[in-house]
Design a protein around this ligand. Structure first.
Ligand code: SF4
Length: 354
């Protein structure tokens, strides 16, 4: 291995020894708990994910309890974390582990990779942290650290460069030290070599970091693809009485699958200003005579921007088929999985609407 690579590994391991590990999933080798923490942390900051991890472990101490839970219960507990497909996949995987693997997490890379919601990174993290198996993790943090230190200026979102980075990460992995090395690497990327303000002036790699020496830190990692967002326009109706509110469960293959929303009418075009009620025409809500606009909220997802228009109506909650809608009492609303935009609207407005 070159001097530059040896320098990196040695200094990273030394740096790793100085880091405090007071996070609950760092003191365990239990693959179920490590898997759970990795799924929660996939799109979530540590501070936000920690209470969710504790809640899930308390409610489902083993994979069997999670497998036996209902989807609504899992979604309710996940509420507020976003990216609900993670929760759905996690639940599906818990059932597979409980029924096909006797509740024991597999320790073979290919088998783990076949489980829902587990990609190359998560499989490597589970295997290295639980079994100290020789798999190098490569997530956004690791990509940033490696591409800056080694001065990789090509687009890191190309398959070719990703393959090179994975090979580099595997080459650097010191024998018999996968768990502590991977942990140090992720901690370093998350806390030191951060995206916007890396702490270069105190960095142990400063002498040999190519991005630092060539003043390229803000340009690396470089990404070629820009994600194009689709805009969608949702009119949501509040239909309620003093005890309950009408909701519908999203079941189609689309965003927010399995979550509950207010009755929705989606329109193709951006509503004109001032807003008109023409979206109600030819829908089962067309009988509404008194419909008042409350507010507009937006939610940005990875590939979509959701524009939500919220309306209060005088429709009777009992006039809608049970096959499509469900009446939920206000207490129960706190326990079910809701898209963030709905959750935000209800927490802001429910008291005044009741
Ligand atoms: S010197 Fe700066 S850019 Fe280079 S590894 Fe350290 S923190 Fe990252």
């Amino acid at each position: 291995m070159s001097n530059k690579k040896t320098f990196f590994v040695t200094n990273l391991l030394n740096w790793g020894e100085t880091v405090e590990r007071d996070l609950p999933w760092k003191s365990t080798k239990n693959p179920y708990k490590i898997w759970l923490s990795e799924i929660i942390l996939q799109q979530t900051r540590v501070a936000q994910g920690r209470p969710y991890y504790l809640k899930f472990i308390e409610k489902y101490p083993t994979v069997f309890e999670m497998a036996n839970a209902s989807e609504d219960e899992i979604m309710g507990l996940w509420k507020g974390l976003g990216y609900y497909s993670r929760a759905r996949n996690m639940h599906a995987t818990s059932k597979i582990i409980a029924t096909q693997h006797d509740g024991l997490f597999p320790n073979d890379f290919k088998t783990i990779l076949n489980l829902k919601g587990i990609g190359h990174y998560t499989a490597s993290a589970i295997l290295s942290f639980s079994f100290n198996a020789p798999f190098a993790v490569l997530d956004g943090n690791v990509i940033r650290v490696l591409s800056r230190y080694f001065g990789i200026t090509q687009a890191v979102d190309s398959t070719e460069i990703l393959k090179k980075l994975q090979a580099l990460a595997s080459e650097l992995l010191p024998k018999g030290m996968s768990a502590i090395y991977n942990q140090a690497m992720m901690d370093f990327g998350a806390t030191f070599c951060t995206p916007k303000s890396p702490n270069c002036s105190d960095c142990v790699f400063q002498d040999k970091c190519t991005a630092f020496k060539k003043s390229l830190v803000s340009e690396i990692p470089f990404k070629a693809k820009k994600i194009k967002k689709v805009e969608r326009f949702f009119h949501f109706l509040v239909i309620k009485n003093e005890k309950m509110i009408l909701m519908q469960k999203r079941s189609e293959k689309d965003i927010w699958q399995g979550l509950f929303q207010l009755p929705l009418i989606e329109v193709k075009k951006k509503p004109s200003s001032p807003l008109k009620l023409d979206f109600l025409k030819d829908t089962i809500f067309s009988k509404a005579t008194d419909v008042q606009f409350i507010e507009k909220l937006t939610q940005t997802l990875t590939h979509q921007k959701i524009n939500g228009y919220f309306w209060d109506s005088n429709l009777d909650i009992n006039d809608f088929p049970e096959t499509d809608f469900v009446c939920i009492d206000y207490e129960q609303l706190k326990k079910i999985g809701l898209p963030r935009i709905i959750d935000l609207f209800l927490s802001k407005n429910l008291l005044s609407l009741k």
